[in-house]
Design a protein around this ligand. Sequence first.
Ligand code: NDP
Length: 251
Amino acid sequence: MVFPRSVLVTGANRGIGLGLVQQFLKHSEVQIIIATARDVSKATELNAIKDPRLHVLPLIVTCDKSIDILVKEVEKIVGEQGLNLLVNNAGILSKYTTKSEPSRAILQEQINVNSISVVLVSQKFLPLLQKGAGKSTAPDFTVGKSAIVTISSRLGSIGLNVEGSGWFEGLAYRMSKSAVNQFNRTIAVDLEADGILAVAFCPGWVQTDLGTSNALLTVGQSASALVNSFSKLTKEHNGGYFTRELEVIPF
Ligand code: NDP
């Protein structure tokens, strides 16, 4: 099992992001945990955690200036060792189906948050991840070296979509997650020479504001399985799309 020295989780003030931070805090190998929230002053649960390894910083993923400011702050925190693991977790789900009132705004917002912002956050953190890859003595293509993990969804799988909008009113959400899966595969190939791993995960159906209280899994169950799987990632997983238990999901 390999753990990162430093990790950054977006959208960490609630839901799965908060759960991931809580799991990372259980591992002493993880020395720096950067948890981002849109409004840090309202991130009550994060702010209540008293652990010197945790840094709570603001990030609005749809705002380029906000990303740029965060990169500078993170650079100061991680120093010459760079960043080992970026977890793109922040996301939204708007109900929208083929038969909805046509709305460019809903489609654009969904894709802006769940796909475009993941691309831009990852690109802007690339220099710090490259630094992390160069400095770490952990094995190549592990989260201890340098990795981008994107929290996607099984609903982004085109191959598995036989239900259309039947039981799930998430056309725009599905599209945004399919797009981010394409990004994951592309950046994995593009960064292979840098030794940086890129992997997409589905966390399962989880009890959060997005997943609703009807969901099957608690945040703790999903987040602990995810962090366990992150620690097992190797080169063979690069560019892949997996369940929280590291089972392959068809694209
Ligand atoms: P939540 O709704 O509980 O939390 C979403 C998080 O994303 C919040 O911290 C929210 O911040 C943040 N966020 C949303 N928009 C932005 C933005 N523009 N800038 C910065 N942060 C933003 O969702 P989950 O925890 O359930 O979802 C986390 C990830 O897991 C998502 O990518 C989701 O698609 C994925 N997922 C979830 C499933 C589930 O069943 N829950 C299933 C499959 C995938 P704020 O509090 O400020 O709104």
